[in-house]
Ligand binder design. Structure first.
Ligand code: BTN
Length: 277
């Protein structure tokens, strides 16, 4: 199997190569690469119990229980993708803004591979030529702020799990998935460099997290440019009910803003709403 994979990518993910010349302030100070794990989000959640692990990144070549949003599985052949989770223990951003920020950062990292403009399908699908090339699973939990405050205040820690399809061929996807999913290589008819993409991803996350902390409007502005839904009709499922309308904007705290067909304007948060199939 390893030889087959090397045909597509002769650079397996190596922490030293990812770290080489990585000029990030917060993200990727510590990078771990697993050969195989259940889910990088699970490993990252363990590290996230220690606040000092802010910015730590877990990569793996393979997941045996990869998770997607809404209880879906996230499947990827060995050494075919970027599968990683970033530990974020020091958070000033609310979940909605963090979600937008991750989407902008991942889309920009993929866009910088020069394989086309990666766009964002709210909340966290990254699209190349209209098909999903990457997804983000943001998971949170509360941690006591300090020993003296245990039982009183808690602050949220996040794990940002990112899956980017790189070397999958069109035929790697089931017939059904071929209509909606793709990989960087399938769109560019060439072989992408996962180490380079990993570096770009960490740099982009580092950059956009800093931008979001200092000037969230800049994230919103970039999100608007990259969104495939803004100014278009959207149908959402929220708490089991469908809502159709025209997407008129994004709120950094409350989510996607729709002018509903039934009248009125309503906001939908990423944690509870998804785009109807
Ligand atoms: C989605 O679009 O449904 C989100 C997919 C997120 C997949 C990544 S792969 C690395 C990390 N570990 C997981 O189990 N899931 C995320």
């Amino acid at each position: 199997m390893a030889n087959v994979n090397r045909q597509y990518d002769n650079r397996l993910l190596d922490p030293d190569k990812i770290k080489a010349n990585l000029k990030t302030k917060r993200i990727g100070g510590k990078i771990l690469v697993y050969d195989s794990t259940s889910s990088t989000n699970d490993i990252a959640a363990e590290y996230a119990k220690n606040r000092q692990n802010d910015g730590l990144v877990i990569f793996t070549e393979e997941q045996t229980a990869g998770r997607g949003r809404a209880g879906n599985k996230w499947l990827s052949g060995r050494a075919q993708s970027i599968l990683c989770s970033i530990v974020l223990t020091e958070n000033k951003l609310n979940a909605e803004l963090l979600s937008l920020t991750c989407a902008v950062a991942v889309a920009e990292a993929i866009g910088r591979t020069g394989r086309g403009l990666a766009k964002i399908k709210w909340p966290n699908d990254i699209m190349l030529n209209g098909k999903k090339v990457a997804g983000i699973l943001l998971e949170s939990r509360s941690l006591p702020i300090s020993k003296s405050e245990i039982g009183n205040r808690k602050s949220k820690i996040y794990v940002a799990g990112i899956g980017i399809n790189c070397h999958q061929k069109k035929e790697s996807f089931t017939d059904e998935l071929q209509q909606i999913a793709t990989s960087i290589d399938a769109e560019s008819h060439s072989i992408s460099d996962r180490v380079l993409l990993a570096k770009r991803l960490l740099s982009s996350m580092d950059h956009w997290l800093e931008v979001a902390a200092n000037n969230s409007e800049k994230v919103i502005e970039r999100w608007r440019e990259l969104s495939i839904q803004l100014s278009h009709r959207v149908t959402l499922v929220f708490n089991g009910a469908k809502f159709a309308g025209h997407c008129i904007g994004i709120d950094p705290e409350k989510g996607l803003i729709l002018r509903l067909d039934t009248g009125g304007i309503r906001m939908f948060d990423a944690a509870h709403a998804s785009i109807a199939k």
